[in-house]
Design a protein around this ligand. Structure first.
Ligand SMILES: *Cc1c(COP(=O)(O)O)cnc(C)c1O
Length: 362
């Protein structure tokens, strides 16, 4: 079996090995200092100065999206959302659910976000911008410089779902004035699903601590922020994924952040070059993240290729939903993957596509 999915991804033996050891009780100094150490290392990778400003939730990434809305915003805010696909749409749904006023910039699947989209929203009283920096449903990586400038110019908080770009593309939280970074265990970090993380800028941490109208009791960030100073959480966390995280951070530290990202980029570029040589198409109307490559199908169904890869070879890639179901497949480059894995995938994609074409022409 091989996972070319965006999350969970193909796991590393170093993190899986933690399950052989059993886990100590977590309300201890030892566990707390292990967590604090992990948070410090995560801050380095995020490009932010560590100041007890990262919390973790035992919940998938969407919970961290929702909890961030509940804790960082209120009904007096006016939010702008970049909605370039199903994850942007998810933010719109969450904001509507919580009755927080918002407008969204809606993009077609192959449309690149540009300054022209932002212009009508300048100086119109928006308090925050929310974006999935890499819109995983299409592969589009938005221009961080452009968005950071827009927020600065309009004095807006900058809230970033970095779930599918952190540890796939370079990410610099403080440099771009990002106020909230949301990420989760099963994507770039390549761990089991179940943990999500929220990192705050200094001013956002203060805003959260002074927010008295909270939408959630279990996800009350004030409790998480006060507990994290000791490396603890208000409620029982997914302790074992924290041990996986410790091993993963060791692995990334010993490799170096730049080399780590370079390996992903090498696999990504290798895949793109080969697949184009074979006559497949990839999007060229917008900038792509290194996390994944969308492959476009015009004469056969992308979904049929996905099913055949899975049933015949136990190879898993990501299909798309809705209108894109027959049009796009997404292939991830993150996780414990090697060049020969990519060769195998490409060979099988070619073989299956040819068979489906022959069948269609019969
Ligand atoms: C994966 C992902 C999420 C979170 O999805 P969960 O299934 O809740 O973990 C959120 N945003 C983006 C951009 C993602 O890629």
């Amino acid at each position: 079996m091989k996972l070319f999915t965006v999350g969970p991804v193909e796991a590393f033996p170093e993190t899986m090995a933690v399950y052989q050891n059993g886990f100590p009780y977590f309300r201890t100094e030892e566990y707390g200092s292990m967590v604090r150490n992990c948070m410090q290392l995560l801050a380095d990778l995020l490009g932010t100065e560590y100041n007890n400003n990262i919390i973790y939730l035992t919940a998938s990434g969407t919970a961290a999206m929702e909890a961030s809305i509940e804790n960082c915003l209120s009904q007096t805010d006016k939010v702008l959302v970049i909605n370039g696909g199903s994850f942007g749409q998810r933010f719109c749904q969450l904001l509507a659910w919580h009755n927080i006023p918002f407008d969204s910039i809606n993009l077609k699947w192959n449309e690149q976000l540009t300054k022209n989209h932002l212009m009508p929203y300048e100086k119109r009283g928006y308090t925050s911008l929310i974006v999935n920096l890499h819109e995983t449903s299409t592969g589009q990586l938005y221009d961080i410089n452009m968005l950071a400038d827009f927020c600065k110019k309009n004095q807006m908080y900058f809230i970033v779902d970095a779930i599918s770009t952190f540890l796939a593309d370079n990410y610099e939280m403080d440099k771009y004035g990002i106020d909230v970074t949301i990420f989760s265990s099963q994507k770039g970090l390549s761990l089991s699903p179940g943990l999500s993380f929220v990192a705050f800028s200094k001013r956002m941490k203060e805003k959260v601590l002074s927010n008295n109208i909270l939408g959630s009791s279990y996800f009350n960030f004030k409790d998480y922020l006060s507990n994290i100073t000791r490396g603890q959480t208000p409620y029982t966390p997914a302790v074992y994924i924290m041990y996986e995280l410790r091993e993963m951070l060791k692995l990334i530290s010993s490799t170096g952040k730049e080399n780590w990202l370079k390996r992903i980029e090498d696999r990504c570029f290798y895949f793109r070059e080969k697949i184009i040589q074979l006559g497949f198409q990839i999007p060229d109307t917008y900038k792509l993240s290194n996390m994944l490559t969308p492959v476009i199908f015009t004469d056969i169904s992308a979904y049929d290729v996905f099913i055949e890869l899975q049933n015949k070879y136990r190879i898993f890639v990501n299909p798309c939903g809705g209108d894109l179901k027959d049009k796009l497949l997404r292939v991830s480059h993150v996780g414990n993957l090697f060049m020969q894995d990519i060769d195998f995938l490409i060979e099988k994609m070619k073989e299956i596509s040819n068979k489906l074409r022959e069948k269609k022409n019969d």
